[in-house]
Design a protein around this ligand. Structure first.
Ligand code: SME
Length: 155
């Protein structure tokens, strides 16, 4: 088993660096994408401690809920809908500082204030998105974007 403890004094970059190395070690030893999504969601959730961390997988013309940590979430999101469907449509990460200001945001929980959605690419196609919701406004920035893109690229 891997040791997922992060020192309380660690900076955001240090936490992500550790997370990245742990994710790399996990993915290196396992080829199943769902198992890896499940463990990556758990690792991110226990390190960053947001409201919700999880994956939606591309299935046909929809995103379907995949492995996640946190409260109950909506099961399906259409292409171009919500932050997740928009990130899929645009083919890029979306950082939302205030979910109330994102037109069409899908509120799975009224406690969510900000959000980041990172596409997962495989063979030049988006196969899933990683979605993280926070109870705090503007919880995510460029540091999160850069490191989360690196982490999902391991999948
Ligand atoms: N807020 C997302 C929906 C998924 S939940 O947050 C888990 C969206 O607008 O796409």
């Amino acid at each position: 088993m891997h040791d997922f403890n992060v020192p309380a004094s660690a900076s955001k970059e240090e936490r992500y660096e550790l997370l990245y190395r742990q994710a790399q070690a996990l993915v290196d030893g396992e080829s199943d994408a769902i198992a890896n999504m499940a463990n990556i969601a758990a690792m991110i959730h226990t390190t960053i401690e947001p409201l919700w961390t999880g994956f939606y997988r591309v299935v046909g013309d929809e995103l379907v809920l995949g492995p996640f940590q946190g409260p109950l979430a909506c099961s399906r999101i259409k292409y171009g809908r919500g932050v997740c469907g928009t990130a899929w449509e645009r083919g890029e990460t979306i950082v939302v500082e205030d979910v109330e200001k994102f037109p069409g945001h899908i509120a799975c929980s009224s406690l969510s204030r900000s959000e980041i959605v990172v596409p997962v690419w495989c063979d030049n196609q988006i196969v899933a998105v990683l979605d993280i919701d926070s109870r705090k406004l503007a919880a995510f920035d460029e540091v999160d974007r850069v490191w989360l893109e690196r982490i999902v690229a391991l999948l």
